[in-house]
Design a binder for this molecule. Structure first.
Ligand SMILES: NC(=O)c1ccc[n+]([C@@H]2O[C@H](COP(=O)([O-])OP(=O)(O)OC[C@H]3O[C@@H](n4cnc5c(N)ncnc54)[C@H](OP(=O)(O)O)[C@@H]3O)[C@@H](O)[C@H]2O)c1
Length: 286
């Protein structure tokens, strides 16, 4: 019997990963959900998943939480700026607990990209390699869901405004990335592998606008602006300077292709095509 643990199990990614593990035939009783707040995952406990308390920032919670775990899915945390120390805590605790492999959700080309979010992932990858524990690094592209939260605003204004130019994005649904993570956790043969995961077909922001127009019946166009204009527009609608600059940096990264990959690693892990943008939009816009 192999015991699988998933961190961030109260978040959407962790939840999808646990659902995928169960769908693939892993018994709920062989899965440990690691969370800060067990009450958030009472539904998982009802399904027979073992829920344990684990806070990335509190090493004393991690030792017990990882006892008896064979393979760990370390879902990257959400507290930007604290994640290297937090992830390192988990890696060290996993090593001490005798975990045999850690699967980590990183970001596309973490070691070479200029993407503003990458340094914490790069440092975590380095901590993993240094630990001596077998690892599988899943360098995830963008979630399609990142683009679907503002659909009502796009419909109201008839436009998507950004500084992404013609940059293509190999986004995939969060559920697909999580299903790939579950597969990488359960299957053998992924020891010390690094995968670049992206959805296909890739799309530009103009493609996104066209797909949203088609799905909603409202004409939506993509209007490209300069990075400076983009930041000014974001500040004019209330974003603070730091957040506006951060969002614009992601737009510029998109324009230079940082969110694009030709890799088929996601599809190989899934054993099928990834969910196309149009299907994800159809499911979200009803
Ligand atoms: N590729 C992309 O487009 C993209 C987009 C957004 C995020 N991400 C990354 O992917 C990860 C998973 O995505 P998601 O949508 O599930 O993110 P999310 O909704 O932000 O969930 C983050 C999860 O991490 C847990 N967490 C945060 N800090 C923790 C700590 N100190 N100790 C223990 N658990 C902690 C949260 O627990 P609580 O419920 O207790 O807060 C939650 O379960 C994110 O954390 C982020 O690193 C990627």
């Amino acid at each position: 019997m192999t015991t699988y643990a998933v961190t961030g199990a109260s978040g959407p990614f962790g939840r999808h990963a646990i659902a995928s593990l169960i769908e693939s035939g892993v018994a709920a009783g062989d899965i440990v959900a690691l969370v800060r707040t067990p009450s958030k995952v009472a539904d998982l406990a009802e399904q027979g998943v073992e829920v344990r308390t684990a806070d990335y920032s509190a090493p004393d919670t991690l030792a017990g939480a990882l006892a008896g775990v064979d393979a760990l899915l370390l879902v990257s945390g959400s507290e930007v700026g604290q994640r290297v120390a937090q992830h390192t805590n988990v890696i060290e605790a996993a090593k001490a607990a005798g975990v045999s492999r850690i699967v980590y959700t990183s970001v596309l080309r973490a070691d070479t990209t200029e993407l503003v979010l990458a340094p914490e992932h790069k440092a975590t990858e380095e901590a993993l390699r240094a630990s001596g524990v077998a690892f599988t690094i899943l360098r995830n592209g963008w979630y399609i869901e990142n683009y679907l939260g503002q659909v009502e605003q796009y419909r109201a204004t008839g436009e998507i405004v950004g500084a992404s130019g013609d940059g293509r994005v190999s986004a995939a649904t969060r559920a697909d990335f999580a299903a790939a993570a579950a597969a990488a956790l359960v299957q053998q043969g992924h020891e010390n592998a690094v995968y670049e995961l992206g959805g296909a077909p890739a799309f530009t922001m103009s493609d996104l606008a066209a797909a949203l127009s088609s799905a909603t019946g409202t004409t939506i166009v993509y209007r490209d602006v300069t990075p400076e204009e983009n930041t000014a527009i974001l500040e004019s609608v209330g974003l603070d300077a730091g957040t506006a600059g951060f969002v614009t940096a992601l737009e510029v990264a998109t324009s230079r292709g940082d969110l694009f990959t030709e890799s088929r690693d996601l599809q190989r892990l899934l054993g099928r095509e990834s969910t196309p943008l149009v299907d994800a939009i159809a499911a979200a816009v009803k």
